[in-house]
Design a protein around this ligand. Structure first.
Ligand code: ADP
Ligand code: MG
Length: 369
């Protein structure tokens, strides 16, 4: 306000620190936003007027050519988010937008059009293919459905091209097979080919490798990453394995009990987690090169009881399991608060749980960045 006429040497102008910036999405550097969700919620009515808040206030943004990982243990609401984004269920609150337009799926045709943009790949490649049909049927059907009028020769040619892209070759051999003649990894490749047949801009991959043999998981993630690049897919990668999220995500969102408790650039969140729950996930994850499954069984290897009972009403949902919880945490749930331009966490106790992150939110742990 004043000091305009001060002629002493001025320091280089800096960003004003006083205003807390809105969160920027690390995935934005890759490409335009294709899909975003604002404050999504999903309630399920249980018996006796009980309501389960399966998903609460989840916002995310998927960008062309970028990977956002949604990480959390079983039951945290990840698949519900995927179904909401895929248009398979209606949100109880909030909005999903595709290319900036709120999604309104009234009727069969609207849903088909939506599916040609947004495809979901499931965890279980055994359940997702019909045992009565060949691979050719599974891949050619969506080609006919989504790619407009094609001649029979074009359909065959494009089916073969898709098989090459998911590296099931010779394509003709694999197209003739039935699901039971394929390994789990090969079936998941067929699931990818079938999803890509629609030429989607968004691929929602719900734990796509967690039912596969550990020895082929890395190879499958590498394939997914290759497809992401080749087709400039906006990819939501859902996993309970935070080590695998680090492997190829741009942004990591950590979910606990239906809410996002931490978000930020993948490297920062996985190397220097701020939220006590993320710290727990990271510390119980195995060697990042060995894409293991410490949490598959809901195991909590950090020595704290996994079943500590529900939190008191209105409390931080993680408080019963949190080593830093104090009275405030047991009274009042924290909202997701920015801790830097690209990171946020929902925790009252960050000053105790992650003082180093508060001091220097971005940058790898080794100080070389
Ligand atoms: P995740 O994929 O992270 O394991 P889900 O999204 O499948 O979690 O489930 C989140 C919570 O919502 C769980 O408690 C689950 O039991 C509940 N849930 C999911 N679908 C339904 C449904 N259709 N009806 C009632 N509860 C559901
Ligand atoms: Mg799930």
């Amino acid at each position: 306000m004043t000091g305009e006429h001060d002629h002493r040497p001025q320091p280089a102008p800096e960003q004003p620190p006083a205003v807390t910036p809105a969160i920027t999405h690390p995935a934005v550097v890759r490409g335009d936003c294709v899909m975003d969700a604002v404050s999504l919620g999903k309630d399920y009515r249980l018996a006796r007027h009980q309501v389960l808040h399966a998903v609460r206030d989840v916002s995310l943004s998927l960008h062309r050519g970028a990977v956002v990982a949604l990480v959390g243990e079983s039951g945290s609401g990840k698949s519900t988010v995927a179904r909401l984004l895929a248009g398979q269920e209606r949100p109880s609150a909030g909005t999903v937008r595709l290319n900036g337009q709120p999604v309104a799926l009234s009727g069969h045709r609207a849903f088909r059009r939506y599916k040609s943009e947004v495809q979901l790949v499931f965890q279980d490649p055994f359940a997702s293919l019909n045992p009565a049909h060949t691979v050719r049927y599974h891949v050619e059907r969506p080609l006919r459905l989504h790619r407009g009028p094609l001649s029979a020769a074009e359909v065959r040619q494009q089916a073969a091209a898709l098989m090459e892209q998911v590296r099931l070759t010779p394509a003709e051999d694999f197209l003739a097979k039935y699901p039971h003649e394929l390994s789990g990894g090969q079936r998941q490749r067929v699931s990818f080919a079938r999803a890509l047949a629609a030429q989607p801009s968004v691929l929602l991959a719900d734990e796509p490798v967690s039912m596969l043999d550990v020895s082929i998981r890395l190879e499958m993630l590498a394939l997914l990453d290759d497809l992401r690049k080749r087709f400039r897919l906006a990819l939501l990668y859902i996993t309970h394995d935070i080590a695998s999220a680090r492997y190829f995500a741009d942004e990591v969102l950590v979910m606990y009990a239906g809410e996002i408790v931490e978000r930020g650039p993948a490297e920062d969140v996985t190397q220097r987690p701020a939220h006590p729950y993320t710290q727990l996930l990271v510390s119980s994850a195995p060697d990042p090169d060995n894409l293991g499954t410490a949490l598959r069984n809901g195991a909590n290897r950090a020595g704290r009881p996994g079943l500590a009972g529900p939190p008191p009403d209105g409390a931080c949902p993680f408080s019963p399991r949190c080593p830093y919880a104090d009275d405030r945490c047991r009274r009042e749930a924290p909202a997701l608060q920015p801790i830097s331009a690209a990171r946020a966490a929902a925790c009252w106790r960050l000053d105790v749980a992650a003082p180093d992150v508060l001091a220097r939110p971005e940058g790898g742990g080794d100080g070389t960045t």
